[in-house]
Design a protein around this ligand. Structure first.
Ligand code: G3P
Ligand code: CA
Length: 243
């Protein structure tokens, strides 16, 4: 059996509305090792799970997440944009997801979205919720904002952080080490198998996003890539079983 872990990107977002409990439950049901999510902050400083900084694309409303209170954001429909069957899905909070994780063994990759918008004490608020949940060992925090990862590491070095990057980096493991990060999350098309191999030999897990193509899934799983992050975890798991 191959070792590659399968992470569901925004939950099983190819088959259910991204970043909702419908997508998370499906990811867990099909046997995913992990779930990747995106987080933002509401006007009343609650951590909510949504990809964009606005609610425009994935709900029935418009505006910045930051302009909504949690009570207001909970009234939005985060499922209808995907399909009528998913009407009524809500934007979840990080706390709700951490509570649900108490009943299973899934790993959670939290992507901090404070890249083109800044939130007060964002990293601290997230780490506080993780510490309250007692799930530190099952969490990976990633971001394109590498300064945010440095802050995560200063606040709680026990929580694994991982750099997200879409460009080519020279010896990314050395760069990550300087930030205190322990994992590499590169964009798929620009990542060659040799670099993955060397990074992993240096002790850095490589979790590649976003891999939806069957041939590429096969190649990465066959070559022992640490993890693939996919919108179609069931497909990736099925392929893994055949190798
Ligand atoms: O964490 C990997 C991936 O989710 C980063 O890109 O835009 O899908 O959040 P994006
Ligand atoms: Ca993401």
């Amino acid at each position: 059996m191959k070792m590659t872990e399968i992470f569901a990107h925004r939950g099983s977002s190819g088959t259910f509305p991204e970043n909702t409990f419908a997508a998370f439950k499906e990811a867990e049901k099909v046997g995913s090792d992990g779930i990747e999510i995106d987080v933002h902050l509401t006007r009343d400083d609650e951590i909510v799970i949504i990809h964009d900084k606005t609610v425009d694309r994935t709900t029935n409303s418009t505006g910045l997440v930051r302009e909504y209170t949690l009570a207001e954001i909970k009234k939005l429909d985060a499922g209808s944009w995907f399909s009528v069957e998913n009407k009524g899905e809500k934007i979840p909070t990080l706390k709700e997801l951490l509570d649900w994780m108490q009943g299973n063994s899934i790993t959670l990759n939290i992507e901090l979205k404070n890249v083109t918008i800044q939130y007060p004490d964002f990293e601290k608020r997230i780490i506080n919720e993780i510490e309250e949940s007692g799930l530190e060992d099952r969490i990976i925090i990633s971001s394109f904002n590498h300064y945010a990862l440095k802050r995560v590491n200063e606040l709680n070095p026990k929580i694994e952080s991982a750099i997200l990057y879409a460009q080519q980096l020279f010896e990314p493991w050395n760069y990550a080490k300087k930030l205190g990060a322990r994992g590499l999350h590169p964009h798929d098309p620009k990542t060659d198998l040799e670099t993955i191999n060397i990074a992993q030999q240096n002790g850095f897990p490589v979790r590649i996003y976003t891999v939806n193509n069957e041939e590429r899934m096969k190649e990465l799983i066959d070559r022992g890539c640490s993890a693939i992050i996919s919108d179609y975890p069931e497909k990736a798991l099925r392929i893994k079983e055949t190798l």
